[in-house]
Design a binder for this molecule. Structure first.
Ligand SMILES: C[S@@+](CC[C@H](N)C(=O)[O-])C[C@H]1O[C@@H](n2cnc3c(N)ncnc32)[C@H](O)[C@@H]1O
Length: 291
């Protein structure tokens, strides 16, 4: 990585969180793939477009974009080595030759100027310490008139998985509600709800060089596991789950992991269906045009 300013995020996404997302990329895709259709429809990618996928992770949206931009090209940019390893492997298995990946911090990565027609992101743009700088960097990489389309987390009250963590936390001895917002568990850092207020989104994007900012509510029902045990295990291994265990260990010791697992299982039970444990995520679909 040539330059890095979001160091806490880099640590998280090159550490436990990045490994969890890479090892369980299929599961995270099952959680979030309901957003692919609205995101790609809003991006309006053409067959010859040059596309940038910001915070592409293991690259599902990058691959979908590459299929649509069949005579164009797609670059996936991400901080995370483990997730990019996964992204490269899957893209090679699928014989996509108009796709590339670079490891870099979107806030400062030296992207070539005015060289993309469209920038997209599925939840990869929420963790910037300086969002105006980051979106400014993306804006410079787009040609004038180039399009931006992304999904970001809406208020946690619109997401059932957030309520699950809240209930689990309240049911446990420590009782406190830990930060579930940041993959590093750092409640002061830029968390996943940093763009939850559409007024903030508009202000950030306008300052960064975008016009015609539009925000639309989108929801998706994600599959978190085949049954309660499987979903509890998945959430336990993710950043907020590990953070809950740490809070429990510090507050009440003993077998904190076992306590969190048991509380997750009982809290998830009402969401179990024949097709799996289904929880709703509420997001904003944001579009804008580079000035
Ligand atoms: C919630 S994951 C989403 C990954 C992927 N877009 C998906 O939908 O599966 C957030 C991603 O943003 C990346 N990310 C966070 N901050 C970043 C930054 N400053 N520059 C580039 N990528 C970043 C993380 O490494 C991670 O892959």
């Amino acid at each position: 990585m040539r330059e890095l300013v979001n160091t806490a995020q880099s640590k998280a996404w090159n550490g436990d969180e990045g490994r969890h997302w890479s090892d369980h990329h299929d599961r995270w895709n099952a959680v979030n793939e309901g957003f692919n259709e609205p995101l790609l429809a809003a991006a309006g990618i053409g067959p010859e477009d040059r596309v940038l996928d910001v915070g592409c992770g293991a690259g599902q949206t990058t691959r979908l974009a590459a299929r649509t931009a069949a005579r164009g090209s797609v670059l996936g940019l991400d901080l995370s080595g483990p997730m990019l390893d996964r992204a490269r492997r899957v893209a090679a298995q699928e014989n996509l030759d108009n796709i590339g990946f670079e490891q870099g911090d979107a806030q400062v990565h030296p992207l070539p100027e005015a060289s993309f027609d469209v920038a997209v992101s599925r939840f990869g743009i929420m963790f910037f310490a300086d969002p105006v700088a980051a979106f400014g960097n993306v804006a410079r990489a787009l040609r004038p008139g180039g399009r931006l389309a992304f999904v970001c987390m809406a208020d946690p009250a619109r997401s059932e998985w957030s309520a699950v963590y809240g209930r689990v936390s309240a049911a446990l001895p420590a009782g406190a509600s830990p930060s579930v917002a940041s993959p590093s568990g750092d409640s002061d850092g830029p968390g996943m709800f940093s763009l939850a207020d559409p007024l903030v989104v508009r202000e950030v994007l306008t300052k960064a060089g975008f016009d015609d900012v539009r925000t639309e509510a989108v929801d998706a029902l994600g599959n978190f596991g085949r049954d309660v045990d499987d979903a509890a295990e998945h959430l336990l291994g993710s950043g907020p789950g590990r953070h809950l265990v740490e809070v429990q260990e510090a507050a009440a010791g003993g077998d904190a992991e076992q306590r969190v697992r048991a509380a997750l299982r009982s809290t998830l039970a009402p969401y179990e269906r024949e097709t799996g444990v289904r929880l709703r995520t509420g997001a904003w679909l944001v579009t804008a045009v580079r000035r």
